[in-house]
Design a protein around this ligand. Structure first.
Ligand code: ADP
Ligand code: ZN
Length: 776
């Protein structure tokens, strides 16, 4: 048996040259699935295990007809008959069996969808691992890993355009036929206009007359763009750079691992502004020279743009591939195809890029490895960084994690496992880390969003023409809306959380389920006209900044802005071009971005994340504070940071003021050890939810009892059930159960079997979150 998972190849599967994804064979001759197909006289036959794209965890066996021998490979998409309908499936293994091995007649594979495989044996092995480790079905992993446009071979949507036929001699009399004349003129002014746009101004009958008279014609085009094509938006980075001795040392160390061609993880801990990106670029150069490919992962869309620009200007002629959630279907398919075809390339992408097929993968870079955005918070709940590490292992490649504030888990692994620690302790050109002022907000007027010190510093910096970043972790205008008379807080009718006031829409929005309602003038409970907007969101700050500094040019970046495609690239590039003085935003602007003219960073509410009820609250706060502060003073002028807090004595605020990772790590690890939290054990967060609160509660209790019986002899700790912090979400009541365990892979299979046998009432949903980051 030649199972993909074990890297063997089919004896007949002569290495096919990789070609275009677009073409496909179509051959249904004699394949009605009922009559027995004859392959060859010999008693052996070649079969394929095909995973059908439906939520089943089992692959079906199909016979490979002679005509498709060598064409069907591991990773090929094939057309097959399931029951009575034609389906597409993925070949995950090839076998050579005695024809008597099957008591029934095997249906044949009808055809391949493309003439090359869309994925490979190593990646299929990775899908299996992800499914097993994260307790999800293989189908959902493939769903996340191979985009629908590639899997289903959907044809592209074509857009119709209208054009005038040149010199056709027809003249329209504007007096007799005013509408037609107007349309004709309009088309002359807009020589290549989308048909639907034309139809917004003119009727269909006018269009038809013009077509009939041969005055205009219709053409169809595929709407295509390459990710971030408008590269002139961002400044070119082709400066000549000589690596510092520290950078050189790190490059040399990782290069040694690359040369050894064995799996290795390096953690690059470099302070903000120490030039981590230059280290990556140098290593990318090495790998490209060696004919290898590089996967470069980043947590945010905003950072992808910056890095792609940098790489494109450094490696002229190299087509850097881009992969993130904002791509169109066409871009997705083209990039997939380019990745398959390129012998050696670089892909820059967000989480799901970890599944892109690449030839000769030698290096995976996971930048800002501590970022929780690497964890997918819906099914399948995989961690992009951890999948990257496993993928590197499968390829005997090197995985380079980088951060100024590494996750406790990764740093722990450099001390207690075999990750290799690399450090950059200094900023480039010995630039100082910014001076951090901690402002005690208890001594400020309670209604003030800005402390006196921050206002003063902002005035000074604006006067000198320097730039400012303001950071606040809440979008919207206010955080809660409450009644001053009866203290009623407007809560989402479907979730147990307060609604957020959004001024631009004059409405209250639930950030969890997107429920929207018009804002209330009177209290919905007591009727008093005393609604009060409490807390501060980015929209409100934007307004206040406008009032305080009417001359300043202000822009806001948060996920409300991100709705408009490419808007953020535009804002970031205007900021880089100094067309914006103050950039205001949520965590999206907290990390990675490099703007040399920014000399002041204001953190409006440092306490927000400390107050979370989560054992990682300290870690997140430290990371946030250090990262945000790291945006200041990256150029020639030293930077300053103002941190506004109500708890200035807090230890974490103190550690982050000095950006002292070592102290922070030691203190945090003590706490983790005391409670046996990660990295000492793994946590599986099981969420149980249903519309009937009593039923969920009963079921959860019973669930925990059975789980306890399952692990009675093992060192597994089960906690709960407890009501989840987010008690109700989209009308479902929620309970949490936590499993603490030394090794997930040891118990994953038992849990899967247990779960499959469990009788779950139809109203109840169960989700498993392995290595959970979110406990809401
Ligand atoms: P980090 O990712 O560590 O925060 P960056 O890689 O963004 O830092 O580098 C910070 C700045 O220093 C960038 O503008 C970069 O171009 C510059 N830089 C990095 N390395 C060097 C070097 N060796 N010489 C001169 N400038 C450098
Ligand atoms: Zn809601």
């Amino acid at each position: 048996m030649f199972l993909a998972g074990y890297g063997a190849a089919h004896p007949m599967a002569a290495a096919q040259g990789r070609g275009a994804l677009g073409k496909f064979h179509y051959n249904e001759d004699g394949c009605n699935g009922r009559k027995k197909h004859t392959f060859r006289q010999a008693s052996t036959m070649f079969t394929a295990e095909v995973l059908i794209f439906a939520p089943v965890d089992r692959a079906l066996n199909y016979a490979i007809p002679d005509a498709l021998q060598g064409v069907v490979q591991i990773g090929s998409l094939v057309n097959v008959i399931v029951g009575r309908s034609k389906k597409i499936g993925l070949v995950i293994a090839l076998n050579e069996k005695n024809s008597t091995a099957f008591s029934y007649t095997l249906k044949p594979i009808l055809s391949t969808v493309y003439d090359i495989p869309v994925t490979d044996a190593t990646l299929i092995k990775l899908y299996f691992w992800v499914a097993k480790y994260y307790l999800c079905d293989l189908f959902s992993v493939i769903d996340a890993a191979i985009p629908l446009i590639v899997r289903k071979n959907i044809s592209f949507k074509l857009t119709a355009y209208l054009q005038i036929i040149p010199n056709n001699g027809t003249v329209i009399d504007g007096k007799k036929l005013p509408k037609q004349y107007e349309a004709w003129q309009f088309l002359q002014q807009n020589p290549f206009i989308a048909k639907n746009k034309f139809l917004k101004q003119f009727s269909r009958s006018v269009l038809e007359v013009l077509l009939r008279k041969n005055i205009i014609y219709e053409t169809f085009q595929r709407q295509e763009r390459i990710g971030y094509e408008a590269s002139n938006l961002l400044k070119k980075y082709n400066e000549n750079i000589t690596l510092t001795p520290e950078q050189t040392q790190v490059v040399a160390s990782v290069r040694r691992s690359l040369q050894d061609k064995v799996f290795n993880v390096h953690l690059l801990h470099g302070v903000t502004g120490s030039g981590k990106t230059e280290v990556y670029i140098e290593l990318i150069r090495s790998v490209l020279e060696n004919g290898g490919s590089i996967l470069y992962l980043l947590p945010e869309l905003a950072l992808t743009a910056q890095v792609v620009e940098k790489l494109r200007s450094r490696f002229e002629g190299l087509s850097v591939l881009v992969w993130h959630s904002g791509l169109s279907d066409g871009e997705r398919r083209d990039t997939w195809q380019n990745a398959l075809n390129a012998a050696s390339t670089v892909v820059v992408g967000a989480r799901s890029a970890v599944f892109l097929p690449l030839n000769n993968l030698q290096l995976i870079i996971v930048d800002e490895e501590h970022e929780s955005a690497y964890k997918q918070n819906e099914h399948p709940r995989y961690h992009g960084r951890d999948v990257a590490i496993y993928r590197a292992k499968l390829h005997d490649a090197v995985c380079l994690l980088g951060s100024a504030t590494p996750s406790i888990e990764s740093y722990f692994n450099t001390e207690f496992k075999n990750y290799k620690l690399e450090t950059l302790t200094k900023r480039i050109d010995r630039r100082q880390l910014p001076l951090v002022h901690v402002v005690d907000m208890r001594y400020e007027k309670s209604s003030n969003i800005f402390s006196r010190l921050l206002v003063k510093k902002m005035e000074e910096r604006l006067e000198k023409g320097e730039q400012i970043i303001l950071f606040l972790n809440r979008r919207g205008y206010a955080t809660t809306v409450l009644c001053k008379c009866c203290d009623f807080i407007v809560i989402c009718p479907h979730c147990s959380i307060p609604l957020t006031y959004h001024k631009t829409k004059n409405s209250l929005i639930c950030h969890f389920c997107t429920h929207q309602e018009i804002s209330h003038f009177k209290c919905p409970k007591c009727g008093a006209p005393a609604m009060f907007y409490n807390g501060v969101g980015t929209q409100r700050v934007e307004q206040v900044v406008g009032e305080l500094f009417p001359q300043a040019r202000v822009a806001r970046i948060d996920s409300d802005i991100m709705v408009k495609k490419h808007e953020f690239i535009y804002i970031l590039s205007s900021f880089r071009e100094k067309e914006i003085d103050i950039l205001l935003g949520t965590q999206m602007i907290a990390k990675g971005l490099d703007f040399p003219n920014v000399t002041l960073v204001g953190l409006l509410n440092a306490d927000g994340s400390l107050n979370q009820q989560d054992f990682r609250a300290n870690e997140r706060t430290f990371q946030l504070l250090v990262q945000v502060a790291g945006r200041a003073g990256r150029g020639k002028i030293p930077g300053e940071v103002i941190v506004q807090t109500y708890i200035p004595g807090n230890e974490i605020i103190f550690f982050s003021k000095n950006a002292d990772y070592g102290e922070f790590f030691t203190s945090e690890l003590k706490m983790r050890e005391m409670f046996r939290y990660p990295p000492y054990r793994h946590i599986i967060n099981i969420n149980l939810s249903g519309e009937n609160p009593e039923l969920v509660k009963l079921f959860s209790k019973d669930f925990v009892r059975k789980l306890g019986e399952l692990f009675i002899n093992e060192s597994v700790e089960i906690r709960g059930p407890v009501v989840s912090p987010l008690e109700k979400l989209q009308n479902r009541y929620r309970y949490s159960v936590l499993i603490f365990v030394q090794s997930v892979s040891k118990i994953a299979e038992s849990i899967r079997i247990f779960h499959n046998k469990l009788i779950i009432p139809s109203d109840i949903y169960l989700t498993f979150d392995i290595d959970a980051l979110d406990f809401l």
